[in-house]
Write a protein that binds this ligand. Structure first.
Ligand SMILES: NC(=O)C1=CN([C@@H]2O[C@H](COP(=O)(O)OP(=O)(O)OC[C@H]3O[C@@H](n4cnc5c(N)ncnc54)[C@H](O)[C@@H]3O)[C@@H](O)[C@H]2O)C=CC1
Ligand SMILES: N[C@@H](CC=O)C(=O)O
Ligand code: NA
Length: 430
């Protein structure tokens, strides 16, 4: 057997510790699959005293020196965040080393430049773990579907928020309690506001849109709304119309007056309980991909947690190790289509709106008139109660998002409307 391939592991938190453990547990199989042993050369951490599980001679606080060590062949970056992860990746490429990363924040922030640096160095940059954890999704998009035309990618790509929404809907758990559980289980980001406010899902949506539509899409291009404004009323209203609330990432090819573009958004939405995404619970993720020839495909599995994420990291590590043994680099990404990102204001969406109104003659007509004035067609209206406590529940047809939000702003100022108690977009309704 030839000399081992040496790996620099950067970061030994939830994901890094699982990578280290699985790499040791599966050493014999990985050796057989790669054709050479794959061994850890060093583990860069911030506080060596906090890692009694790692052999002391492997620990270092100098990640840069580890990355550029001549005996290191491959780098696994599971530190997270933008810097120093970016600088360490660029140093790895410059030194001719392939990188495996789980870092969606960085890939969505600077993916184009990182891919270019890897290509220039003739090495690999793989990051299957960065989107939907264990689920094989990026490689199918990049390789298996490379001969098809993708039209839509929609899914649940953040385990923490899905865990929180599932707990709120199923057990009535409070938001803070459910978030604490998700953090304890290793699903949440180092700063969980990245999950709750939709930044993590937006980064993943940007990566998915870039791969699906061969165009550069950054996290800052993604319309982003998190789940902190989702109320118990929203969850209850959703249940009344046979829906559940999920945080969705939606990437679509749209055709406007200036030609093809990409609409990319992350926001909570009501979806029918019969929709396959509605039954995706806990930290699980699921992603639908629609392609012209393939039709609909669905990918489902564990989207967060140390071991599931480490599975995807190790899959990439085996892939880049095989490429290294073969003396090649794998397929990179392409942004040849260069499609622009369409503004959220122009994106067609549907709204579910719940209003407290006085039950007086003409109120329904006044409210309906406001929708009509903005060119928004109403699909269904329901009135509950009477007198002072009447509630109007309206579901619209699709209209440009700006028309819908302008309608809501006007309703909030109408004397006949006492309160707008719930506003959520709706997806997947017939
Ligand atoms: N936890 C999860 O379920 C998933 C995490 N990811 C991604 O994997 C990456 C790692 O996530 P976790 O392991 O959950 O985070 P973590 O916070 O548990 O671990 C990161 C580790 O890196 C260390 N670190 C930070 N800066 C360092 C530096 N300059 N040098 C050496 N070590 C440094 C930290 O001390 C910490 O131990 C992130 O990019 C995250 O977005 C991706 C998919 C799922
Ligand atoms: N914090 C992320 C981890 C995986 O990407 C999530 O909750 O999905
Ligand atoms: Na994945």
């Amino acid at each position: 057997m030839s000399a081992p391939l040496k790996v620099a592991l950067l970061g030994c938190g939830t994901v890094g510790a699982s990578v280290l453990r699985l790499l040791a547990d599966q050493a014999a199989d990985i050796t057989a699959r790669v054709g050479r042993p794959v061994e850890v050369a060093g583990v860069a951490v911030r506080r060596p005293d906090r890692h009694p599980e790692v052999p002391a001679d492997l620990l270092t606080t100098d990640a840069r020196a580890l990355v550029t060590r001549p005996d290191v062949d491959l780098v696994v970056e599971v530190i997270g965040g933008i810097e120093p992860a970016r600088e360490l990746m660029l140093a790895a490429f410059a030194a001719g080393k392939s990188v495996v990363s789980a870092n969606k924040a960085l890939l969505a922030d600077d993916g184009v430049a990182l891919h270019a640096a890897a290509a220039e160095a003739g090495v690999d940059l793989y990051y299957e773990a960065a989107v939907a954890g264990a689920i094989p999704l990026l490689r199918p998009l990049r390789e298996s579907l490379a001969g098809d035309q993708l039209t839509r990618v929609v899914g649940i790509v953040n385990g923490t928020t899905n865990y929180i929404l599932s707990r709120m809907a199923e057990t009535g758990a409070g938001f803070a309690e459910a978030l604490a559980e998700a953090t304890e289980l290793g699903y949440a980001e180092a700063d969980p506001t990245a999950d709750v406010d939709g930044f993590d899902a937006a980064a993943k949506a940007a990566i998915l849109a870039s791969l699906a539509f061969h165009s550069p899409v950054a996290a800052s291009d993604v319309h982003r709304e998190g789940i902190s404004a989702v109320s118990a009323t929203d969850v209850a209203r959703a249940a009344e119309i046979g829906c559940t609330v999920k945080l969705l990432a939606i990437c679509e090819k749209v055709t406007g007056e200036h030609g093809d573009a990409i609409a990319v958004r992350v926001h909570p939405a009501m979806i029918p309980t019969t929709h396959p995404l509605a039954s995706v619970g806990g930290a699980f993720n699921a992603v639908f991909v629609e392609a012209e020839a393939a039709g609909q495909l669905m990918f489902y599995g564990q989207g967060a947690g140390g071991e599931p994420t480490a599975s995807a990291v190790l899959g990439d590590l085996v892939a880049v190790a095989r490429n290294r043994v073969a003396g090649v680099a794998g397929p990179g990404t392409t942004a040849y289509a260069g499609l622009p990102v369409s503004p959220m204001a122009d994106t067609p969406t549907r709204y579910h709106v719940s209003l407290d109104v006085a039950d007086k003659p003409g109120v329904l007509a006044t409210v309906a008139q406001e929708f009509a004035a903005h060119g928004v067609s109403i699909s269904t209206v329901r009135q509950d109660g009477a007198g002072e406590a009447a509630t109007l529940v309206i579901v619209t047809h699709r209209a440009p998002d700006s028309a819908l939000s302008a309608t809501i702003s006007r309703l909030r100022g109408m004397p006949a409307v006492r309160a707008v108690t719930s506003v959520l977009r709706v997806e997947g309704l017939a």
